[in-house]
Design a protein around this ligand. Structure first.
Ligand code: SF4
Length: 424
């Protein structure tokens, strides 16, 4: 197959008018990112400065971790703390001191802000500077906001990574950074492919430990593995690094285009590219073939939630034969999702933002076979007879790359299968 020819389609969605809505929206809190980030960054601790609600959210989203010492926690700010912000800062310092004394393995401490008004008034960036001076060089203290006000649940990772960028060391050498917190198994698959291409100076961001953090400079190139990392992308560009633009590595085609964008930047020959990727590409195609007939011809409607919507719609339409009715994303940053939009055939309504009542009406009137939405909408839509899939599952599951292409398609088939079984 001529790989680059697969990109060319007559009418992509990159220039279709975008329906922009600004009404009541249904999004999930940015603290959620801690659930996958604390697993990924092995020497980090995430200290949420928040309310009891924040503590409950984390505890229930993370599942019960009673047998292990978790690497996240919540410092609960009571209403009475509003009276004395100076006391709140002293209290925070005291909690950090106790934590670091008890957990010497922590090398990176993130103070994570939340949305209660008493927390917003607390200057966590100043606290992070003060505490870094106290605990450097052993522990680095950073801060970011995971607030649930007007943000999406994936923005927590973006804010976290963007907060690390200014601390990365400079390098004059040509290096590649894979940006985005991928499950270790997926990251290792990509690193192995890149090594077989002959690209050796590769690092991942976030790194598993502080000591393995990537370096940055004008000869550094980076590629995003998640479409929700707009602030991180900008922060890396400000440090002089070059953004490699590509479709996201979902499915056989997306992964091939993503790897090919890297290969072109690092002068990997087409022969080498094919030699390295042929095996995994064929495995991905075979896995997709098994599931494709179950999805083909079915319609799908995306509510805005994870910011993965456009790349996933491209995958479902082009590789699984589904028909997209509406593809909605909380934000559409064309700098990041342009390649996916160019590959997504025209047809669906492309919408940005949300007016949830209007969108529910559109969805109900179109009666899609499958609706991808946030957790808050899933039950009401199921009650209306629609099969739903939580978008958050697509961030928690290993879905990138060749070896996961079949699993990714299967995730979309599961709600359809459940409905088939229930109807028998
Ligand atoms: S940050 Fe805000 S939205 Fe998120 S759990 Fe805390 S109170 Fe709720």
């Amino acid at each position: 197959m001529n790989i680059s020819s697969s990109l060319k389609i007559k009418q992509g969605c990159s220039n279709v008018p975008i329906l922009k809505e600004k009404g009541q929206n249904e999004v999930f809190c940015g603290l959620t990112g801690i659930i996958w980030l604390h697993r990924k960054i092995q020497d980090a601790f995430f200290l949420v400065v928040g309310s009891r609600t924040c503590a409950h959210l984390l505890q229930s989203a993370a599942g019960v971790m009673i047998f292990a010492e978790p690497r996240f926690g919540t410092a609960i700010l009571e209403e009475k703390d509003l009276a004395g912000m100076a006391d709140a800062q002293d209290e925070l310092d005291l909690q950090v001191e106790k934590l670091l004394e008890r957990r010497p393995e922590i090398k990176q401490l993130f103070l994570v802000g939340s949305c209660p008004s008493e927390v917003i008034k607390l200057d966590l960036s100043k606290a992070a500077e003060r505490l870094t001076l106290k605990y450097a060089p052993n522990v680095r203290v950073l801060s970011y906001s995971g607030s649930g006000i007007e943000t999406t649940f994936t923005q927590g990772e973006d804010a976290c990574l963007a907060s690390i960028v200014p601390t990365l060391e400079n390098t004059p050498s040509e290096e590649l950074i894979l940006v985005g917190a991928l499950p270790d198994i997926v990251e290792d698959q990509f690193l192995s492919i890149l090594k077989n291409f002959g690209i050796t100076n590769v690092s991942s961001f976030p790194s598993r430990t502080k000591n393995n953090a990537p370096k940055v400079g004008k000869n550094v190139k980076f590629i995003l593995s998640q479409p929700f990392l707009g602030d991180t992308c900008e922060a890396l560009e400000k440090r002089g690094a070059h953004h490699i633009k590509a479709p996201f590595p979902f499915g056989e085609e997306g992964t091939t285009m993503w790897l090919q964008a890297i290969a072109q930047e690092f002068n990997v020959s087409q022969d080498k590219f094919e030699e390295v990727t042929n095996g995994p590409r064929n495995r991905a195609l075979k896995a997709l073939e098994k599931i494709k007939n179950k999805l083909s011809g079915k319609s799908v409607f995306f509510f805005p939630d994870s910011q993965l919507e456009i790349p996933l719609a491209r995958f479902l339409v082009r590789e699984c034969g589904m028909e997209a009715l509406e593809v909605s994303s909380p934000y559409i940053n064309k700098k990041i999702v342009l390649s996916d939009m160019e590959m997504l055939p025209q047809g669906p309504v492309i919408s940005e933002g949300q007016d949830v009542d209007l969108q529910i009406e559109r969805c109900k009137s179109q009666k899609p076979d499958l609706t991808i939405c946030g957790m808050g909408l899933a039950n009401p839509l199921e009650a209306e007879g629609l099969a739903t899939k939580w978008s958050i599952e697509l961030v928690f599951s290993p879905v990138h790359g060749y070896e996961q292409a079949g699993d990714l398609a299967s995730l979309f088939y599961r709600p359809l299968k459940r409905r088939e079984v229930l109807q028998i």
